[in-house]
Ligand binder design. Structure first.
Ligand code: FAD
Ligand code: NAD
Length: 467
């Protein structure tokens, strides 16, 4: 029986990063993964494949819609979905192989199979061949992630009523696709197929898309996506979705309580994800899940059983790869006797539409609800020379600062390359910068980052220079 300092169950960004940090700190480490490839949701069926398809579809969209204006004449442009999916698969397999390389390099033992607790220090691993091994660990980290969620009436059959996993592997470009949920997955994967020519209709329960983000972003993104051909059915309550063979039929109630029927080739169910603990046999370790199916942890990510920790999508908080990674490093360093820290207020969120949407800190709605006196400054992307040069003129950046101290409390942007731009705001906020600090820093010209400086100037004293 092998014994370890740390056993990690699940090899997503939480688990594999934690394993590397544990090994770096001198701990004898094992990782258990039920699938044959490492990397979890993020690498196999999440962040990486979705971004690969977003990039391919963006190239196609530009070739069709903007190349001509740039003076590039292309005679025939054809979207080859099979090649797009093949390229995506290649990106995924290279990235997963990279994680295996990192495990080997750091001398981390990889056990393929389903991990289930025998007791608080032992885990049974049952591999695909049905063979069972028991390994023991002084500490165990649960990093088993999440699975797609759905509600009664919209159960995915994985053929026509699909989740993100199937949407990443379609063999045809649908004529029409319904998307239940105007959140991150719905809008990213909706964008992939929308750019390839699919008519996208989003059915959303709330009165806006991306409802958890600052309201300004939802409004601007709605405007942009409508121009691209998206249709939105807001404040609609889905009653049922039915696979009709070659099509799907969705029935929903609108806010007046009237029945609305929508038909399409496919229906993507994207109403959130739920923590995944199936097969873990938590009871054997003395653990259970809360009402939301999550493993409960304290501020130190420790469960009710002191030597067992949990991180990433399986615990409370944002379901994001970088949040899972930070938590993985946190546990490793804590086990090594260090005093790590995670600032949960400064975990940035990104939606990879085009333009991209990104945010950090408090939204205007949150500041209002908390009664915080704040000031807001914003700057439209279309006023940037850089944006006119690239013809990416939609969007804006908004800076929220404390009315008394000028400390930046939140930054919200819909802008070209916002996914990368947001890091300037994260760093500024980590060092508790004021809006004026950002405004006084020299930003390179011409760049999209000038919009952040200008929005900060606007927040400081309404003294943006270029509007
Ligand atoms: P996971 O990545 O879910 O990994 C858990 C692993 O545990 C899995 O490999 C699973 O097989 C394994 N496992 C489960 N139970 C057992 C068991 N009993 N024994 C052995 N192994 C087990 N986040 C971002 O930050 N940026 C993005 O751009 C982004 N895009 C996304 C796009 C899509 C389509 C989806 C679905 C998600 C996306 N996410 C994105 C979210 C991101 O994938 C998750 O937040 C992240 O993967 C969570 O990491 P994790 O380590 O907690 O769990
Ligand atoms: P989400 O929480 O982002 O969006 C779900 C949407 O569905 C919300 O707008 C919600 O109001 C709506 N909804 C809920 N119930 C509904 C119902 N019955 N009918 C109609 N609409 C309903 O969830 P998601 O898009 O499924 O993504 C899941 C998780 O994966 C998210 O937590 C996200 O953090 C993560 N993810 C992140 C990225 C990224 O970082 N770029 C990309 C994809 C996924």
């Amino acid at each position: 029986m092998s014994s370890y300092d740390v056993i990690i169950i699940g090899s997503g960004p939480g688990g594999y990063v934690s394993a590397i940090r544990c090994a770096q700190l001198g701990m004898k480490t094992a990782i258990i993964e039920k699938y044959p490839t490492l990397g979890g949701t993020c690498l196999n069926v999440g962040c990486i494949p979705s971004k690969a398809l977003l990039d391919s579809s963006e190239h196609y969209h530009n070739a069709v819609h903007t190349f001509g204006e740039h003076g590039i004449e292309v005679k025939t442009v054809k979207a080859n979905i099979t090649q797009m999916i093949n390229r995506k698969n290649e990106v995924v397999s290279q990235t997963c192989a990279g994680v295996k390389f990192l495990m080997d390099k750091n001398k981390i033992d990889v056990h393929q199979g389903v991990g289930s607790f025998v007791d608080k220090n032992s885990v049974k691993v049952k591999n695909d061949a049905g063979e069972e091994t028991i390994i023991t660990g002084k500490n165990i980290i649960i990093a088993t992630g999440s699975k797609p969620n759905y509600f009664p009436g919209m159960e995915p059959d994985k053929k026509r009523i699909i989740t993100s996993t199937e949407a990443l592997n379609l063999q045809e470009i649908p004529k029409k696709m319904l998307v239940i949920g105007g959140g991150v997955i719905g809008l990213e994967l909706g964008s992939v197929y929308g750019r390839l020519g699919t008519q996208i209709e989003v059915v959303e329960f709330a009165n806006t898309i991306i409802p958890t983000m600052d309201g300004t972003l939802g409004k601007e993104l709605t405007r942009v996506l409508k121009k691209e051909g998206f249709k939105f059915h807001l404040e609609h309550r889905v009653q049922s979705v039915e696979n009709k063979g070659k099509s799907v039929l969705l029935k929903a109630l609108n806010k007046k309580g009237e029945e609305v029927q929508l038909e399409a080739d496919y229906c993507l169910v994207a109403v959130g994800r739920k923590a995944y603990t199936e097969g873990l046999n938590l009871e054997a370790a003395g653990l259970s899940v809360n009402q939301r199916g999550q493993v409960e942890v304290n501020d130190h990510l420790q469960t009710a059983v002191p030597n067992i920790y949990a991180i990433g999508d399986v615990v409370r908080g944002a379901m994001l790869a970088h949040k899972a990674e930070e938590e993985g490093v946190y546990i490793a360093e804590q086990l090594a006797g260090q005093k790590p820290h995670i600032n949960y207020n400064l975990i940035p969120g990104v939606v990879y539409t085009w333009p991209e949407v990104a945010a950090v800190g408090k939204t205007e709605e949150e500041l209002k609800a908390a009664g915080v006196a704040y000031k807001a400054g914003s700057f439209p992307i279309k006023a940037l020379g850089r944006a006119r040069a690239s013809m990416d003129t939609a969007g804006l950046i908004k800076v929220l600062a404390d009315a008394n101290t000028d400390e930046v409390l939140g930054v919200h942007m819909i802008a070209p390359r916002a996914a990368d731009l947001i890091m300037e705001a994260v760093i500024a906020m980590e060092y508790r910068a004021s809006a004026e600090d950002i405004a006084r820093i020299c930003h390179p010209h011409p760049t999209y980052s000038e919009a952040l400086k200008e929005a900060a100037l606007d927040a400081t004293e309404s003294r943006a220079l270029h509007v």
